[in-house]
Design a protein around this ligand. Structure first.
Ligand code: SAH
Length: 359
């Protein structure tokens, strides 16, 4: 590799470039995994000064509503002992703080488990949750009680693979180097078996996305909930029906950038395939609720009333609370783009918030 490139690139780019130099083009999923590992390991990306803002950082109302939703299910299940709150990718720990505060008001006092890989974010989470237990992956989660699980903007950060329809069949999207830049190139060999879908009906250049990592994570979670009881609440932007096209995107300083510029310095995400996640949970005998629109879900669980109560308690916060409410629920903001889906153990009650109809 030219020395100039080595010196100028941040470390994820270094590792990727080295690997491409040794092995040739690497799968897009490997590129995304290395880039995001470095990204989350190197910084706290949240908030106005960071790269993007997530719902729990907009207002305490978001986590509180999730806490009420979990506590309601737990109460109607007969308040089982030894419950575990499990959050995947908890960021700064803000959602957990707001949710657990709400849950305790209902007598629900679970142990707290975080699945998190970033050392920087683990340290942040520890400031708010000194008694939490951290896990690098799902395998070490407790096995002795129902799991009350939450994942907000977690699945969108997991690596995806892409496949492109060509005249010679499906090819896998790879990442190569073009001098000092990274570029996407189709694999030389055909990759039909990885796609699990024949070419028929797909015009050339169609892109299909798959996330084997998400499939594995969801499979593990679903098996655990089926065995131990509990629920998994997933909130993310994504699609409810199978679709085509690239949804890979990168954000830095609140602006879209190229996913192939400076990997590790921007947040790489892809839309979540709710359809596939739901099917995996169904094969483990879980019940699926939603996906529903985030705005409708929050409203049906009483976010408007919560906003009124916050305003009544602190009238000088009126504008801030109303702006946050708008951002979280309005169809032109996060209200429609983000979706909420729950996977619940078969012998657990029907969760609230989905009764106005699923998509
Ligand atoms: N839920 C938080 C943060 C979302 S950002 C919020 O809403 O604010 C994605 C989070 O997932 C970060 O905490 C990131 O460090 C974590 N993460 C990303 N990939 C991960 C992986 N493979 N395993 C565990 N955590 C991961």
């Amino acid at each position: 590799m030219p020395d100039g490139l080595k010196a100028d690139f941040p470390s994820a780019a270094h590792i990727i470039a080295d690997r491409i130099d040794r092995e040739g083009p690497i799968p897009l999923g490997d590129y995304m995994a290395i880039a995001n590992d470095h990204y989350y390991a190197s910084k706290d990306p949240f908030g106005e000064e960071g790269d993007f803002v997530t719902a729990p950082e907009i207002s305490q109302m978001f986590g509180e509503i999730i806490g009420i939703w979990l506590a309601d299910l737990w109460l109607r299940q007969g308040s089982p002992d030894h419950c575990h709150y499990v959050e995947l990718g908890p960021g700064r720990g803000t959602l957990a703080k707001d949710a657990l505060r709400s849950m305790r008001k209902f007598g629900c006092n679970p142990s707290v488990h975080f699945v998190e890989t970033s050392p920087v974010l683990k340290a942040k989470q520890a400031q708010l949750h000194p008694d939490a237990i951290w896990h690098d992956d799902m395998s070490s989660l407790p096995e002795d009680g129902p799991l009350l699980m939450v994942a907000n903007e977690f699945f969108d950060a997991l690596p995806i693979e892409q496949f492109i329809a060509t005249s010679a069949g499906w090819r896998r999207q790879m990442v190569a180097r073009d001098r000092s830049k990274f570029v996407a190139v189709p694999s030389e060999e055909v990759a039909e078996e990885r796609v699990g879908s024949s070419m028929s009906g797909f015009p050339e250049d169609t892109i299909l996305e798959r996330s084997p990592v998400s499939v594995e994570v969801m499979g593990h979670i679903a098996s655990r909930i089926a065995k131990q009881g509990g629920t998994m609440l997933i909130i993310d932007y994504g699609y409810a029906k199978p679709g085509t096209g690239s949804t890979l995107q990168a954000v830095k300083d609140h602006m879209p950038v190229s996913p192939f510029d400076s990997p590790g310095s921007s947040d790489l995400t892809a839309h979540v395939d709710f359809h596939t996640l739901a099917n995996i949970a169904r094969t483990r005998m879980l019940k699926i609720h939603g996906p529903a629109e985030q705005g409708q879900w929050l409203k049906s669980l009483g976010i408007d009333q919560r906003a009124e109560a916050l305003i009544a308690a602190s009238p000088k916060e009126t504008d801030t609370v109303l702006a946050a409410l708008q951002r979280l629920t309005h169809v032109d903001e996060m209200g429609r783009l983000f979706r909420v889906m729950a996977a619940t153990a078969i012998d657990w009650p029907e969760p609230e918030g989905f009764s106005y109809g699923e998509e």
